[in-house]
Each structure stands twice: as C-alpha cells, then as structure tokens.
Design a protein around this ligand. Structure first.
Ligand code: 13P
Length: 251
C-alpha cells in the first residue's frame, strides 16, 4: 500500500513569523491524521525555525530546491546535507517554475535528485507538460523525456526515496485543475513507464502526486483515482484551514 502524501509548496510566500504562524495553526488541525505523509515547503530562510516549530508533530519539512555539490565555491547555492542540517526530510526538485524561469533541465534535476537521495532526503521530482505541448498531442512524449532524464541512473532500490509530482503547467495557479480522468491517465502512463525502466515492484511502490489547482473541493475525486497517491498544493497550502481540509480528505 502506498501511503498518501499531501505536500504544501509555499513558493515565494511568507516571512519567518508568518511561516511559524501557519504551522502553529495547521498542527492541531492535522494532528490526528496518521494515514497521510504531510509535508510543508517554506522558503529557505524560514526552514530552520519552522523545523523547530514542527518538532514532535506529524508534519515533515521540505525545501523547494537544492544544489548537487556538497560544498565549494558556488555562491548562492544550498547543499542537500545543509537542508538536512536545517531539519528537512524532503526536497522539491525541478518544479516547472524552476524549469521555466531558472533554466532547470532534466540533467540538472537528475544531478540534484541523486545528490538529495545521497544526503538522505526524499526527492519530490516534478514533471509536467505545457498547454501548447498538450494541445499538440505531445503530453506523453514530454513526460517520458522528463521522467527518463530526471531519473537517469537512479537504481530501482533507490526509487523508494523518490516521489514523483505530475504538475501540468496549464493547471498551476490557474484554477483550471486537470479532470480526475486526465490526471489518472498521465499517472498511469508514468507508472507504466517506471515499471519498464525500474521493474514492476519499484513502480508499484512509488508515490505519484498530482499538482495544479488542488483545492479542498476537488482533492477527493483526484485521490479516488488508482494511480494518484497524493497532491502537491500551491495556493491552497498557504492557509491552515484549506491545507488541513486537503490533508484530511478522507476524514
Ligand atoms: P497551485 O496549487 O497554486 O495551482 O500550485 C501548484 C503547484 O505548483 C505546487 O507545486
């Protein structure tokens, strides 16, 4: 059985004080939920203080990016082991906003994912097609290229430390979520692909999250799909009550 994951990607929102206030509001709303792996991803500067605020809770901490080297003359970068040091257990890698605005490629995503796994982090690796790619019938080939490139050389036994997030770019921040069937179709394609690349067992165990305008009122339908194992939530993760309603989708 794959344990569902609900992860909140806070993107470039919230000061340290606002981040702590958000998790303080969230903790009591989700404390009874032992069925879901709950993750929040604040900005770098808030990570360590949020990690203190999360101590003893059932909420895990993620960063929104990392570098692949452990140390060196790499101004502005943060190594995976420093994210561990700050209290992270997870890291989001290759979000479409990083691919779109910061030149992230499948090759850099791959290096980051391997480095994150080596440091003992769970890598949440993001893939997803643009509207233009979907409308020209290239969704599956785009996803296949992204998955192959991003996971290249990661052995099957290490896939347990990888979570895939399928986030169609056209659904991010637009209020236009993929339908349950549209999402399931791509999730099932990804699982089939992983099964060819890494074997059936590894593929059956990998959690594949959907992201893109997930809200309290559409999460249940998405989570009812056989290959959707969770959600990566942007806007609705910025408020304790809406994120808790998504985490507690089964309550
Ligand atoms: P929204 O939920 O705001 O559409 O963002 C999705 C996302 O990009 C999560 O990583």
């Amino acid at each position: 059985m794959r344990k569902p994951v609900i992860a909140g990607n806070w993107k470039l929102f919230k000061s340290i004080a606002e981040s702590i206030a958000l998790v303080d509001g969230l903790k009591p709303l989700v404390e009874k939920n032992r069925d879901v792996e709950i993750v929040v991803a604040p900005v770098f500067t808030a990570l360590n203080r949020v990690s203190e605020a999360l101590k003893g809770s059932n909420i895990n901490l993620a960063a929104q990016d990392c570098f692949w080297e452990e140390e060196g003359a790499f101004t502005g970068e943060v190594a995976p082991k420093l994210l561990k040091d700050a209290g992270c257990s997870h890291v989001i890698i290759g979000h479409s906003e990083r691919r779109q605005y910061f030149g992230e490629t499948d090759a850099t995503v791959n290096k980051k994912a391997k480095a994150a796994i080596s440091a003992g982090l769970t890598a949440i690796v993001c893939v997803g097609e643009t509207l233009e790619e979907r409308e020209s019938g290239r969704t599956f080939s785009v996803i296949e290229t992204q998955i192959q490139g991003s996971l290249d050389g990661i052995p099957a036994e290490t896939l347990a430390n990888v979570i895939i997030a399928y986030e169609p770019v056209w659904a991010i921040g637009t209020g236009k979520t993929a339908s349950d069937d549209q999402a399931q179709e791509v999730h099932s394609f990804i699982r089939g692909l992983l099964s060819r690349l890494s074997g059936v067992t590894a593929a059956e165990n990998v959690r594949i999250l959907y992201g893109g305008s997930v809200k309290p009122d559409n999460v249940k339908g998405l989570m009812g799909q056989s290959d959707i194992d969770g959600a990566l939530v942007g806007g609705a993760s910025l408020k304790a009550d809406s994120f808790a309603a998504i985490v507690n989708f089964n309550a």
